[in-house]
Write a protein that binds this ligand. Sequence first.
Ligand code: RTP
Ligand code: MG
Length: 139
Amino acid sequence: MRTDRTFTMLKPDSVEKGNVGPILEKITAAGFRIAAMKLTQMTVADAQEFYAIHKDRPFFGELVQYMTRGPIVAAILEKDNAVEDFRTLIGATNPAEAAEGTIRRLYADSIGENAVHGSDSDENAEIEGQFHFAGREIF
Ligand code: RTP
Ligand code: MG
């Protein structure tokens, strides 16, 4: 398994608000190489599977509704220490608690609609990247 890749989604709110360009600029400026990227929309079944770990949480229904309401930008990103460095770049889950200059602080509205996803482990980065991309789409 590679340990220098992470998986991200620019969530529907980022696409709706026209923030894809500025967010990608921050990601590439931070030294991440784009290994795979596409505009796509998750079905309800996709989102339920992707976020299965949260299925018993009270916000699960809202989360699935949010993540399926419009297109997302899915991407695999490469950099040394990618998973941890990307989580630092995006900031805390709740944008009100996210550090100054982080993507969620700059572009997210609330803990529910928080602009971006970042994998939380090397193992999940691999699983999530394969969930969204075929081998021939990864460079
Ligand atoms: P993500 O998986 O999207 O990168 O976010 P995360 O690790 O920072 O947060 P996680 O605990 O995995 O939660 C996944 C997503 O569920 C939504 N959420 N809503 N209303 C709420 O209290 C609440 N808590 C979490 C967010 O969209 C969060 O990113
Ligand atoms: Mg998470």
